[in-house]
Ligand binder design. Structure first.
Ligand code: UDP
Length: 501
């Protein structure tokens, strides 16, 4: 008997690690449901994607398609895994024509035993808003892949109202102390102070970046649905608000289908327990070192793939860590070298720091195996910039956090972790924007060694359990993904595209 051909969908990921990683995991999930995926991404990211694809023995139902980059040579690009957001925006804005050509090509494909036929929808990242125009032109539905929390989506969907209220761009506060009356009300999240709003909406943000964010946020309302990397039990209030007329007048369907993470996180056969899969040098180095430490004794420190700390902030962290007497694994990449004396890590760290913390601290200056580190029983805390992927990875490994938010919606995530979920304590910055070593030492001691720190770990554990349950066949995220797949097939019939397949 002939199998019906798989349904073909295009998943177009934005070319930053924090977007590609969940988009690829999501593609794997769709492929496991029997769909055929064309995974599209900017060329410079493809080698990395191909490596993940091959190393994980991913489904043959995922085909990779690279789009060329048309950014003038010599612009600041990717360096040791760190990337400048400006560069990412540059690339995003030059891809429309090539994407349209690729889509036309895919749409012209005849179905055969080696090809699934024409794609029936586009799932594209929040930051690739212009794909909506391509989708409209080609009469295909566009679904948004939203790799941030529902709380941030509440802010994004409320943007037309914020504009109407004259609140955008958000003015810089004149005084350092904000008053109660300054708080902005947004359905689905607690009243928020202007300074905690996403940077891209602020007056202080370069206009090009602000326009980029606004355009992409406003286009959310035109999409056929939004797939979210979160789950109902984690963000109930925000998710419910997203169904309301005030946030969602066009009734765009919202599908919280997360946490979208590699399956093995929730299995018993977790990464660190399988040394045979740990092949690369840095993975082995981390694993061997973590194996020598006591349970929950290591503080893991990383600020994701984009954030860069200043040399003075790095020095404050070093002093704070040294004085805390805590074991640490620190992913530390040097800041861009404007001053040649500051370009190496050794030149930035306080004199003698590395020898004084030898054995107790491990510093990595390369891309770290974050999931392996977070899943290791020796890891007991995560000093994080609150990227949403890092946050979910931490929660799902029962690791309490020490949030040190940097940009985008990270302050909103920090507030959620500290005030609502109570799984972390913020490392606070002073009026000069620097977190001092004494503050760092205090928070490290509290989260890693106090009774309350233990309670935070237990709360993270309860959330991990809720996440696992949401993904089961009877769970909320599973059902939402089914609802998406079901709706999509209805769209397909409505578009009269069945006979094409
Ligand atoms: N990551 C990693 N090694 C690193 C830095 C980051 O594996 O050295 C991964 C991390 O596990 C997460 C993603 O990269 O999946 C970063 O995404 P996140 O949303 O946390 O932050 P962003 O980089 O987007 O600011």
């Amino acid at each position: 008997e002939l199998q019906p051909p798989p349904t073909h969908v295009v998943v177009f990921a934005f070319h930053a690690q924090g977007h590609i990683i969940p988009a690829f995991n999501f593609s794997k999930q769709l492929a496991s449901k029997g769909l055929f995926i064309s995974f599209v991404c900017a060329e410079h990211r493809m080698p990395g994607v191909r490596k993940i694809h091959e190393s994980q023995g991913s489904s043959s139902n995922i085909r990779l398609a690279a789009l060329p980059e048309r950014v003038p040579a010599g612009k600041l690009g990717v360096d040791q895994g760190l990337e400048s957001f400006e560069y990412l925006v540059d690339i995003a804005e030059t891809m429309e024509h090539d994407f349209e050509l690729l889509m036309l090509d895919l749409l012209a494909t005849q179905q055969s035993c080696s090809s699934p036929g024409a794609p029936i929808c586009i799932i594209s990242d929040l930051f690739l808003g212009w794909t909506q125009y391509v989708a409209d032109k080609l009469k295909l539905p566009r679904y948004v892949f939203y790799p941030s929390p529902a709380a941030a989506l509440c802010v994004a969907m409320y943007l037309p109202n914020l504009i109407a209220q004259g609140l955008i761009p958000i003015k810089s506060s004149e005084s350092t102390k904000e008053r109660e009356s300054d708080l902005i009300s947004i359905p689905g999240i607690p009243p928020i102070s202007p300074s905690d709003m996403p940077n891209a909406l602020k007056e202080s943000c370069p206009i090009r970046r602000r326009d980029f964010a606004m355009r992409n946020h406003l286009l959310l309302h035109k999409s056929s649905g939004i797939l979210l990397n979160t789950f109902y039990e984690l963000e109930q209030r925000s998710i419910e608000a997203l169904q309301s007329d005030i946030l969602n007048p066009n009734k765009v369907p919202i599908y919280p289908a997360g946490p979208i993470l590699p399956e093995e996180i929730f299995g018993d056969n977790i990464l660190h327990a399988r040394p045979e899969i740990v092949v690369s040098g840095v993975e082995k180095e981390c694993l061997l070192w973590l194996n020598t430490r006591l349970p929950s004794s290591v503080l893991y420190i990383s600020f994701g793939s984009i954030a860069v700390l200043s040399a003075s902030q790095i020095r404050e962290f070093a002093l704070g860590l040294e004085n805390s007497e805590q074991a640490f694994l620190w992913v530390l990449r040097p800041p861009p070298a404007t001053d040649p004396t500051q370009s190496s890590i050794a030149a930035i760290l306080p004199e003698g720091f590395q020898s004084r913390t030898q054995g107790r601290g491990l510093i990595l200056s390369v891309w770290a195996p974050q999931l392996l580190i977070l899943s290791h029983p020796s890891t007991g805390g995560f000093l994080t910039h609150c990227g949403w992927n890092s946050t979910l990875e931490s929660i799902c490994n029962c690791v309490p956090m020490l949030p040190f938010p940097q940009f985008a919606e990270q302050q909103i995530i920090c507030n959620m972790l500290v005030n609502e979920l109570k799984v972390g304590v913020e490392v606070k910055k002073g009026a000069d924007g620097l977190a001092k070593s004494s503050e760092i030492e205090k928070v490290v001691r509290y989260v890693m060694r106090s009774e309350e720190g233990g309670k935070m770990k237990a709360r993270a554990g309860a959330m991990r359990k809720a996440a696992k349950t949401a993904l089961l066949e009877t769970g909320s995220s599973y059902k939402n993904l089914e609802a998406f797949l079901h709706r999509r097939s209805k769209t397909r019939a409505a578009n009269g595209q069945d006979e094409k397949l």
